[in-house]
Design a protein around this ligand. Structure first.
Ligand code: P6P
Length: 330
């Protein structure tokens, strides 16, 4: 019998019908709506040039936009209509979106990367939406940096939607990590992977090895080690790197592994963004018994100074991340 547990039912069962759980149910329900539309559009790849302008006009005469801009605008349009949302941060927007009309009712900030890895869409490689929900720190209706430059320890909920062979919502609000698979025939995300956990040691490593000439020697020694030395799992790791963070992360979550995007000569602070990628995935990782580090300390403890701040990222099976930190600290 197919699971008929949808996100809202699962959340309210876990949290009880508290005010915060009802708020979260509404916020994630809106995120689900946008992601169902993105899923529909992503699956049109090949029929419509969804990364360029189609050159076609829609019903109201607007030129249909590139998908990642389209997704970004849709997220902002949908979320700003939720009175609970005080501000929105997007990887596509340089500045925070201050929703002044919600000053009296908004007590949440939603940060998202609308389509991480969108350049993969036109080669039919999976991509993902990543989101994080914070409560505002301010209580007087004003919006301050402290309301959105928050550390991962203050996350209320975070997750991603993976547009892959199926469309999956993977999310946590502090009670473990759970996966919901979209059944397009009924338009519902239904519980399919409850209590996802990282393996202590993973059999996979994910890193872009074309940058090896840019790495420092300690990182080189780690990658050499995992290709040869048998660690507690008894065998060297396999390389899997899709170039789409959510896909690499999701596979490693299900099968065990470590994803590495280090700082290097080209990206001295790393390439990935702390608030839009590092924090939400580190939150999920912590909830799933894994570890997430910038090479020196836990991602969750980082105090963001800018909205688009970058960070090195070592994330996944705890024992593997511990080993990287050990070697990088030598
Ligand atoms: P590189 C996609 O552009 C992205 O932000 C992540 O999804 C992905 O993990 C990473 O960049 C890939 O970067 O430098 O290996 O192409």
């Amino acid at each position: 019998m197919q699971s008929l547990t949808n996100f809202t039912q699962h959340l309210l069962t876990q949290h009880g019908a508290t005010q915060q759980s009802r708020d979260l149910a509404l916020l994630v329900n809106r995120i689900e709506l946008v992601c169902k539309i993105i899923s529909r559009e992503v699956n049109k790849a090949g029929i419509v040039d969804i990364l360029g302008s189609t050159g076609k006009l829609n019903a109201t005469g607007d030129t249909v936009q590139r998908l990642d801009i389209y997704a970004n605008e849709l997220f902002i349009q949908v979320l700003r209509q939720v009175p609970l949302v005080r501000a929105i941060g997007s990887e596509e927007n340089e500045e925070i979106v201050d929703i002044e009309e919600n000053a009296a009712t908004g007590s949440y900030v939603v940060l998202f990367d609308p389509i991480d890895g969108s350049s993969n869409i036109d080669v039919n490689v999976s991509t993902g939406t990543i989101f994080t929900i914070f409560r505002t720190a301010s209580r007087d209706g004003k919006l301050r940096k402290a309301d959105y430059l928050q550390s991962g320890n203050d996350v209320i909920a975070a997750g991603y939607v993976l547009y892959g062979s199926s469309t999956m919502l993977v999310y946590s609000s502090g009670y473990g990590v759970h996966g919901f698979t979209l059944d397009p025939s009924i338009g519902e995300f239904l519980l399919s992977h409850e209590h996802l956990r990282f393996k202590k040691w993973g059999g996979i490593y994910s890193i872009n090895e074309s940058y090896e000439p840019l790495w420092d020697k300690k990182l080189r020694s780690y990658v050499k080690e995992i290709k040869t030395k048998t660690d507690i799992t008894g065998k060297p790791k396999s390389a899997r790197y899709i170039g789409s963070l959510v896909s690499d992360f999701h596979r490693n979550l299900l099968k065990g592994g470590i994803f590495l995007y280090p700082a290097d000569k080209k990206n001295p602070d790393g390439k990935l963004r702390l608030l839009f990628e590092g924090v939400p995935l580190a939150y999920l990782t912590h909830q799933a018994g894994g570890m997430a580090s910038d090479g020196k300390s836990a991602i969750l403890n980082q105090k963001p100074k800018q909205l688009h701040q970058r960070t090195p990222l070592f994330i996944g099976s705890a024992k593997d991340v511990e080993r990287v930190e050990e070697l990088l600290k030598l």
